[in-house]
Design a protein around this ligand. Structure first.
Ligand code: PXP
Length: 241
């Protein structure tokens, strides 16, 4: 089994900063430290309402980071314009709903199909690697590859992580994810997994074959308060090696 790469999502460093409207803690400093501590990439989600990461964070991090920057964004005209200007290494397209606390589900690949396809085409023309954040279902995987021509999919792991956390039965959901990964891998899509991962769920899911990348944010940043950022990154790296 090959090593899974660790993408560190630093959105919630910005959440803490924004709670006081000051400039500390600085997401750029978090990005550079994560890079130093062994992260394989950095993820930031520029939300429409800028509740955590803002445009200036994106600019600064994109100009200073040596490892790849993964920009999560909703498929909108505004975000496309920003992505084409900033030219991050990766873009992960995610659904966005202003009232949600976090990204609640995968993209609806049946909605605004031509618009979404056109966004992906424009990003790919700029050589930006495109990933679609989707639920682990076969139809969406086939569409991601053959209709949208995306490079990768990121499977929303929120549901299984919640089951694992609450000590509920998760085998059915794990099988669903396993089947989804196998289909995606067979048709040539790179597979990422993200949302809600902690040490326990990352360990369980990392046993599945063909996962190339985990994207982990909230738990990692929260755990860093008690155990340190370097230690939290190292723990995840040990789990997914
Ligand atoms: N992957 C995607 C596409 C996401 O939208 C998020 C949340 O911003 C994550 C991964 C990270 O999830 P968490 O913060 O729960 O680790």
């Amino acid at each position: 089994m090959s090593k899974i790469k660790l993408g560190v999502n630093i959105d919630h460093v910005a959440t803490v900063r924004n709670a006081r409207g000051d400039n500390y803690p600085d997401p750029l400093q978090a990005a550079l430290l994560a890079q130093k501590y062994g992260a394989d990439s950095i993820t930031i989600h520029l939300r429409e309402d800028r509740r955590h990461i803002n445009d200036n964070d994106l600019k600064k991090i994109n100009s200073k980071l040596k490892i790849p920057l993964n920009l999560e964004m909703a498929p909108t005209r505004e975000m496309l314009k920003i992505a084409l200007k900033e030219n991050p290494d990766y873009v992960c397209l995610v659904p966005e709903n202003r009232k949600e606390i976090t990204t609640e589900g995968g993209l609806n690949l049946n909605h605004n199909k031509e618009f979404l396809k056109n966004i992906i085409l424009k990003l790919k023309k700029k050589k930006i690697r495109v990933s679609l954040f989707i639920e682990p279902n076969q139809n969406d995987i086939i569409k991601a590859k053959f209709f949208y021509n995306s490079d990768c999919i990121e499977i929303h792991s929120g549901k299984i992580c919640r089951l694992i956390d609450r000590n509920k039965k998760y085998n059915k959901e794990l099988l669903k994810i396993k089947n989804a990964i196998n289909i995606a891998h067979t048709i040539g899509l790179e597979v990422h997994v993200g949302h809600g991962l902690n040490f326990k769920s990352a360990k369980i899911i990392s046993k599945l074959n063909h996962i190339k990348e985990f994207n982990i944010g909230h738990f990692l940043i929260g755990n860093s308060i008690f155990n340190g950022f370097r230690h939290s990154i190292n723990e995840f790296k040990k789990i997914i090696k």
